[in-house]
Design a protein around this ligand. Structure first.
Ligand code: NDP
Length: 295
């Protein structure tokens, strides 16, 4: 199948690499040198413009920071929309916002093009292993088409509702992830100040019902080691939690905990910068407590 992929970032690259091994792939990336390097490694073609990427694609993937960039990529004489052919399926793997996706889907439908939102979970490691979870917002038959292609880099593919539902669920899911990271950081800094070594505190947490992915994987592998690998930007997690608040507002809910989490993330982003990794939000609690969670 002729597949196009726009957005070779931290997670887009390993997703596209798996597509390259299974399909006739063409890529496009804003920074052209990234696309050229990817093409040289994986033996795929590079489209000079988004329009030309779309022209040659039966299925087109987008994996950009937010829905704002997806909308911008559609526009203009060299934009995606100018090249999309009737019958093409657009699979948006961006962690985006539901309302913008419904608007994009309506716009593309007029051209005979279908869109599904298919944000993913499982991180760069999951993308490399082909075990990501995709949560897909789609009309029924579009889901079946998307599933056949998503299988190349996903272990779990779920149809979670109509267009926009995938983005809504992803936003809420990442708000819960952020809550867990911050809760582990705040709780552990308090334990350390009470005289418990960080590694001991984690050992007990992970043998108790307080354990989470944050306590079992993220904090031990990244904070206790002080390694802080950069796999998923704090700025992107901040965006996701803001999207979750929009979902919460639409539902007319207060969600006081998640609003506080969003405020803490925005503060951490302002302090740590646009390139910080999401787990570095731990440093906010460390700075407040005056201790480091070293293992
Ligand atoms: P990165 O910041 O690593 O990459 C972003 C990509 O988008 C790059 O290819 C970048 O191009 C491109 N881009 C940025 N701005 C624009 C623009 N204005 N126009 C066109 N292209 C643009 O992000 P990730 O790969 O980490 O994330 C991509 C999406 O996947 C996000 O929505 C994120 O929330 C989600 N996600 C990420 C996960 C992860 O573990 N990293 C896990 C699950 C979801 P350039 O090379 O020119 O900068």
């Amino acid at each position: 199948m002729r597949i196009g992929f726009a957005g070779l970032g931290a997670i887009g690259r390993p997703m596209a690499a798996r597509l390259a091994a299974n399909h006739d792939l063409t890529v496009w990336n804003r920074t052209g040198s990234v696309a050229e390097a990817f093409a040289a490694t994986h033996g795929v073609a590079v489209a000079p413009t988004p329009r030309e990427l779309a022209e040659g694609s039966e299925v087109l993937f987008t994996c950009l920071p937010s829905s704002r960039e997806v909308v911008a990529l559609l526009d203009g004489p060299d934009g995606l929309e100018a090249g999309l052919q009737p019958g093409t399926l657009v699979i948006d793997c961006t962690s985006g916002d539901p309302e913008r996706s419904r608007q994009i889907a309506g716009r593309l439908r007029e051209r005979g093009v279908a869109l599904v939102d298919a944000p993913v979970s499982g991180g760069v490691v999951g993308a490399e292993a082909g075990t990501l979870t995709a949560m897909v917002g789609a009309e029924g038959e579009d889901f079946d088409r998307a599933r056949g292609v998503l299988e190349v880099f996903c272990g779990t593919i779920l149809h979670v509702g109509p267009i926009g539902a995938g983005h809504a669920l992803k936003a809420v899911s990442n708000a819960i992830l952020a809550s867990n990271i911050i809760a582990v950081a705040e709780g552990m800094t308090a334990a350390v100040k009470a005289g418990v070594p960080a590694a001991t505190a984690l050992e007990v947490l992970n043998a108790s019902n307080a354990r989470s992915f944050a306590s079992m994987e993220l904090v031990p592998q990244r904070a206790l080691t002080r390694a802080w690998p950069k796999t998923f930007k704090l700025a992107l997690l901040d965006k996701d939690v803001k999207n979750a608040l929009a979902v919460i507002d639409d539902a007319g809910l207060e969600a006081r905990l998640l609003r506080t989490v969003s405020a803490l993330l925005s503060e951490a982003r302002a302090v740590l910068g646009e390139e910080a990794d999401h787990v570095e939000v731990v440093k906010l609690a460390e700075q407040e407590a005056g201790v480091e969670l070293r293992g």
